[in-house]
Design a protein around this ligand. Structure first.
Ligand SMILES: Nc1nc(=O)c2c([nH]1)NC[C@@H]1CN(c3ccc(C(=O)N[C@@H](CCC(=O)O)C(=O)O)cc3)C=[N+]21
Ligand SMILES: [Mg+2]
Length: 295
């Protein structure tokens, strides 16, 4: 039995999310072209409320990637003081629009809007973020549903790096609804033994040190150090933290990359790791949604 998390022939220490995301986008592009021969072009609606600069960058990147793979994207920018009922009305219009196969409402929403109500208003078949309770429930039951893009991207990187995941011990750090919880569900679906740890976990370092696969999604810059990692483990860093450096701001993950590098068998960098995968999986989900809506 292979007890190593990484198969020797797959060894490449720095997991290149940019490169794997290009592969995914190429696959999506190919499939979109085939759909277009049947006269169908998948459409993605991206809804952004307010002017958060980071959100604007993400939304711009999503629109650019969509264009690259032949997905029609429609951007809806609403002012920061938009009320919940107007946003719900827009979502209802998008739900009814046959040209729109996927709906993404960029998070976080302004504090005055009930995020959960908005996410529940999206047609589950168009819910390319996989945040609707129907899709969350489906994932938990192991049904084939639209799954959250970041965890789906992490799974793709893990499959490419480790091959078979069955039997490996995966530790997920962080229990958010958008990353930690769905990540744990997908790893369980892949027959990993899964441990989900969080800010109240006792002896978190010891639990992490037992991981064959460690997924970090806590939002604390460079929290995870070398002595948290079992030699030969595979480390997936979901964190995107902007920190102050000598030369201005710098993007770092939840893992101290330089410290952990020698200890791990393979590790994702930030940037260039999970981030690009998130957007690629959004395109994949939009394609899947378009197919599901064909019946
Ligand atoms: N409804 C919703 N769905 C989301 O999927 C969603 C969201 N809201 N709100 C915000 C977060 C964040 N997110 C990222 C996507 C791509 C990169 C990405 O491409 N990052 C690049 C670097 C980008 C940079 O330089 O800032 C990288 O890691 O290499 C990062 C973060 C999606 N999110
Ligand atoms: Mg936590």
């Amino acid at each position: 039995m292979n007890t190593q998390a990484v198969q020797p022939d797959r060894l490449a220490k720095r997991i290149d999310g940019k490169q794997v995301s290009s592969q995914v986008l190429a696959e999506v592009s190919e499939a979109v072209q085939q759909l277009q021969q049947q006269g169908i072009q998948p459409g993605l609606a991206v809804v952004l409320v307010g002017e958060d600069p980071a959100s604007q960058v993400y939304v711009r990147n999503k629109v650019l990637r969509a264009a690259e793979v032949g997905i029609r994207s429609i951007e809806h920018r609403l002012p920061a003081d938009t009320d919940e009922s107007s946003l719900l009305a827009l979502i209802e219009t998008l739900n009814q629009d046959p040209q729109v196969n996927g709906i993404l409402v960029q998070l976080p929403l302004p504090a005055a809007i009930d995020e959960n109500r908005v996410l529940e208003a999206i047609d589950p078949l168009k819910d390319v973020d996989g945040f609707h309770s129907q899709n969350v429930g489906g994932l938990s039951q192991g049904r084939e549903v639209l799954t959250p893009c970041t965890p789906a991207g992490c799974m793709r990187l893990l499959r490419q790096t480790c091959g078979e995941l069955s039997g490996l011990h995966a530790v997920v750090v962080g229990r958010s609804n958008i990353v930690g919880k769905p990540m744990a569900a997908l790893l369980l679906q892949a027959d990993c033994s899964v441990t989900l740890v969080h800010s109240r976990s006792r002896d978190i370092e010891r639990l992490c040190r037992d991981a064959d696969i460690l997924v970090a999604a806590v939002g604390r810059p460079q929290m995870i150090k070398r002595d948290w990692i079992k030699p030969g483990a595979v480390v997936i860093d979901v964190g995107i933290n902007r920190i102050q450096a000598d030369t201005g701001t710098r993007l770092v993950g939840d893992v101290d990359y330089d410290d952990v590098y020698d200890q791990a068998a393979a590790i994702t960098p930030v940037p260039g790791g999970v981030g690009p995968m998130t957007i690629a999986m959004l395109m994949q989900n939009t394609l899947t949604a378009a197919r599901m809506q064909l019946g």
